[in-house]
Unconditional design. Sequence first.
Length: 343
Amino acid sequence: MKNKTVAFIMAGRRQRRRRWILVTSFLALLACALCCAMLLLGSTIYPIQDVVRALSGENIKGVSFALNTIRLPRMLAGLFAGFAFGLAGNTFQTMLRNPLANPNVIGITSGSSAAAVFCIIILHTSNAVVSIASVVAGLATVTIIYLLSRAKPFSVGRLILIGIGMQAMLNAVISYLLLVGAEQDIPTAFRWLSGSLNGSQMHELPALVISVLIGTPIIVMLGKHLSVLELGEQSAASLGVNTDLTRMVLILSSVCMIAIATATTGPIAFVAFLSGPIAKRLVGVGFSNAIPAGLVGVNLVMAADLVGQFAFEVRFPVGIITGILGAPYLIFLLIRMNRKGNL
């Protein structure tokens, strides 16, 4: 009887692992296909062989310029920013055990956005300064939220409420800046606030790539602790997890990725909010959905960018398309949580 029980548990675990591998592989292949589409498609559709030759360093008239200056930076920005938004959003939602606890809702991206708009409208600074200010403001915002909510015992609800209040205040600051700003600066600010891959340049990407390459292994290595934190503060502490240290490392890793991604592409709406739930539904329970959530973020950003470029007569920034997708889900989630008495 005991052997049958063990065999049944192991069979279930193998089935869940196969599902995780299949889903993750599918998401990775879909991301690769979307990467190829972003390189091939544009105002001119280039043959695959010309794109490969241009990527290998050969100078092909028209193709090399369009690829290296416009399409490749745009694709890489979507790839790494999407992964950063998806992974960080899933980390917040899992750690705080609440689907509303993501950087978009609790004010982190609003802090980055307020700093960027201030630099664009008031200080008239360069893109580099806007990016630096955006990262610093994002880190400062999450620090303030965490310190204000750090009473004992730690309360997820308290952190979310403080974050929502911070978001409302920062959005009011953004609205004020847009009202008092010069007319010629408003389009630039709105383009940044909408979240867009337009104008992405290679020299802006190293910080984003480095943050993802450093933050991803940290979050993956802390995956078991993250799963334990999902059980609750007291359960995690009783199992030997240093909850404060683990939470701080996870928050810093996630916020660095979110802040730098926001500084690079602007606050692409709802990617961090949608990626975790979609990945969890696809992967199921039993294994970490950190990497699948990052890949879902990649696919959302790239697919939305392609839709925004080619599905309409007017080209829309990627943030507009993801906002259209995310807003109904947010309303649905709020209604469901209210019915369950979680609000």
